[in-house]
Design a protein around this ligand. Structure first.
Ligand SMILES: Nc1ncnc2c1ncn2[C@@H]1O[C@H](COP(=O)(O)OP(=O)(O)OP(=O)(O)O)[C@@H](O)[C@H]1O
Ligand SMILES: Nc1ccn([C@H]2C[C@H](O)[C@@H](COP(=O)(O)O)O2)c(=O)n1
Length: 242
């Protein structure tokens, strides 16, 4: 059965491993919308900082590298791409070095200001071109798109998230133990939700979706129902459902 097309912005926020990227991409694809992975953008800037060899604890140096970087984040849900200074870095930004360093880099206020401005530009372009976009990250409903038509805060138990991440690492040939993965998930949760600038939190008007006992199809079904309930589906002609 066709679902219609998304009109407006759907913001998905939540901690690591809750399934935001997987379901955001599927949701956008199902509804003919664009998809923006803001975590990939923080990861790409982190890669630039690591390559430059600057001290992660020096915000001025981190900002200098971020300003000099050319970052292009694609919005095709079938093929989400990240280019840094003209090169595809989609694989490199998922590696352990970037994952370890991304929290301090994304805590730098000037880095966030640069990326939030770029994210808003991408969202405006996608709305003009396609009418709808699914955006996922940590501060989408609170900072990047506070007027989003639908905000969902996706959660899951840390153990379930670590198990998912360990399985994903194994499938992509990265060695990791469940304990180490759980420790990394908890470390990033703590860092991301206690930083001074735009900490991870649910927007006051977000719907909270706990995915601990849902599979991906169940999460997608729940999101499709929320999109429909919020009146965000249009027929391809552009007519919005009543
Ligand atoms: N509900 C679910 N059931 C089973 N596996 C899931 C579920 N949600 C996500 N996964 C799996 O967990 C892994 C992590 O999911 P995903 O990358 O989408 O999470 P995320 O919230 O975007 O994390 P991050 O913010 O760190 O990018 C993936 O391998 C994905 O297939
Ligand atoms: N809107 C966002 C998106 C991401 N971050 C930071 C915090 C995460 O630990 C890191 C990597 O994100 P992921 O790829 O795991 O989704 O980037 C943020 O601060 N704000």
């Amino acid at each position: 059965m066709g679902h219609g097309e998304l009109r407006g912005v759907v913001a998905l926020d939540g901690p690591s491993g809750t399934g935001k990227s997987s379901v955001a991409r599927r949701l956008a694809s199902t509804l003919g919308a664009r998809y923006l992975d803001t975590g990939a953008m923080y990861r790409a800037i982190t890669l630039a900082v690591l390559r430059a060899g600057v001290d992660l604890a020096d915000p001025a140096e981190v900002t200098r590298v971020a300003r000099a970087a050319t970052l292009v984040q694609g919005t095709d849900p079938e093929r989400s791409t990240t280019h840094l200074d003209g090169a595809d870095v989609g694989v490199e930004i998922r590696g352990p070095e970037v994952t370890l360093a991304v929290s301090p880099v994304s805590a730098v206020a000037e880095v966030r200001a640069l990326l939030v401005a770029e994210q808003r530009r991408v969202i405006a372009t996608a709305l003009d071109d396609a009418g709808g976009i699914v955006v996922e990250g940590r501060d989408i409903g609170t900072v990047v798109a506070p007027d989003a038509a639908l905000k969902v805060y996706v959660t899951a138990d840390a153990e379930a998230r670590a198990a998912r991440r360990a399985k994903q690492d194994a499938a992509s040939g990265r060695a990791s133990t469940l304990d180490a993965t759980l420790a990394d998930v908890q470390r990033r949760d703590a860092y991301d939700s206690t930083r001074a600038v735009s900490p991870l939190r649910a927007a006051d008007d977000a719907v909270v979706l706990d995915t601990t006992s849902l599979d991906l199809a169940g999460v997608l079904a729940a999101l499709l129902a929320l999109v429909d309930e919020h009146g965000l589906l249009a027929q391809p002609s552009g007519r919005v459902h009543g």
